[in-house]
Design a protein around this ligand. Structure first.
Ligand code: NAP
Ligand code: ZN
Length: 351
């Protein structure tokens, strides 16, 4: 074991503060990474504040962070994909059983034995996993991704969660040219959803509660922008969508969007608000619409997404912050005030 510098929360109500955590020495299949940037996901905030207690209670101290980009500093003897000095990335997963049908099919995120990058039982230490708000991490090479060399690193980090979480459902539901696709909520996930839906050729409509984001939404690739609080604007889009991706982090009315779907249209929820969202079944019955969910993506699919981003020069729009600004960043996340992802420059942890 060696010690790593990190920022952790010690309770649901305490601010994140500097600490030291243990990291294992790299084993045979491990890659040790010096973390250069880590994105700030709303899931970090939900977890730090124990808002998902009913399904995933938070173990303290909690070191969040699952949008990790860095440089390889050591590799185990059987590692073949990486060598010291390579760029490398880690997302929301650091382990799975590798043998179950889900893993065999490339759906590591649905493996019953999967290990999340933070707040998961750590099979190596016997404690809990610690995430990317840290200067280093040690990860089995299967869960380490290759980073296209042309991409800006601060903007690449958010691809590891916000990117794959929006890419996976857009691909699963076959979003393509000629379709009308809605993206609800222009935050970290939403702004990546807009970039991907646009790049896949769909007519892309952003639904936002923030009037100040209209011009940005168009710059990011939206063909149209709807202020979701305006019922008249919403009504103009009734029965017109093939697919809607809901990226909202807080309580809101999903039924208003279901009415905008065509026959057999689907709305996929990727947002994970603290409380259940009421669903009016009549909205589904008529027009045989469906609502579903989606969780991040598998490892091969994450690499596919990163390679697509490399080819199309896609990264997140980031505000780079120092780790010492993290508590203020969380308050801004809660006010939907981020353009459009915070990315922590981990050099700030060295100071
Ligand atoms: P974020 O950056 O905070 O963005 C959330 C956006 O939702 C805001 O920018 C805002 O967009 C909208 N919003 C916020 N409060 C709202 C309200 N009361 N009513 C309507 N709209 C509201 O969050 P994020 O990091 O993108 O994460 C979004 C959600 O996805 C979180 O719940 C997160 O935990 C979850 N998540 C899920 C997965 C998965 O695998 N499924 C992965 C990562 C994250 P406007 O200003 O445009 O309205
Ligand atoms: Zn995330």
């Amino acid at each position: 074991m060696s010690n790593a510098k990190a920022f952790a929360a010690s309770s649901p109500t305490s601010p994140l503060a500097s600490t030291s955590i243990p990291r294992r020495e790299p084993k045979e299949r491990d890659v040790q990474i010096e973390i250069l940037f880590c994105g700030v996901c709303h899931s970090d905030l939900h977890t730090v504040r124990d808002e998902w207690n009913a399904v995933m209670p938070t173990v303290y101290p909690c070191v969040p962070g699952h949008e990790i980009v860095g440089r390889v500093t050591a590799v185990g003897s059987s590692v073949s994909k990486f060598k010291v000095g390579d760029l490398a990335a880690v997302g929301c997963l650091v382990g799975s059983d590798g043998t179950c049908p889900e893993c065999q099919a490339g759906f590591e995120q649905f493996c019953n034995g999967m290990t999340l990058t933070y707040n998961s039982p750590d099979v190596h230490s016997g404690g809990v996993t610690y995430g990317g708000y840290s200067d280093s991490i040690v990860v089995d090479e299967h869960f380490v991704l290759r980073v296209p060399s042309n991409l800006d690193l601060a903007g690449t980090a958010p691809l590891l969660c916000a990117g794959i979480t929006t890419w996976s459902p857009l691909r699963h539901w076959g979003v393509t040219k000629g379709q009308k696709v809605g993206i609800v909520g222009l935050g970290g996930l939403g702004h990546m959803g807009v970039k991907f839906a646009h790049a896949l050729g769909a007519h892309t409509v952003v639904f936002t509660t923030s009037e100040s984001k209209v011009e940005d939404a168009k710059r990011l690739g939206a063909d149209e922008v709807v202020i979701s609080k305006n019922a008249d604007e919403m009504a103009k889009h009734a029965l017109s969508f093939d697919f809607i991706l809901d990226c909202v982090s807080a309580d809101h009315d999903i039924n208003a969007y279901i009415h905008l779907l065509k026959r057999d249209g689907n709305m996929t929820l990727v947002g994970a608000p603290e409380k259940p969202l009421p669903l009016f079944s009549m909205g589904l019955l008529f027009k045989r619409r469906s609502v579903s969910g989606s969780l991040i993506g598998g490892i091969a699919e994450t690499q596919e997404m990163l390679d697509f981003c490399g080819e199309h020069n896609i990264t997140a729009d980031v505000e780079v912050i120092a780790i010492q600004e993290i508590n203020e960043a969380y308050e801004r996340l809660l006010k939907s005030d981020v353009k459009y992802r915070f990315s922590i420059d981990m050099a700030s942890l060295k100071g």
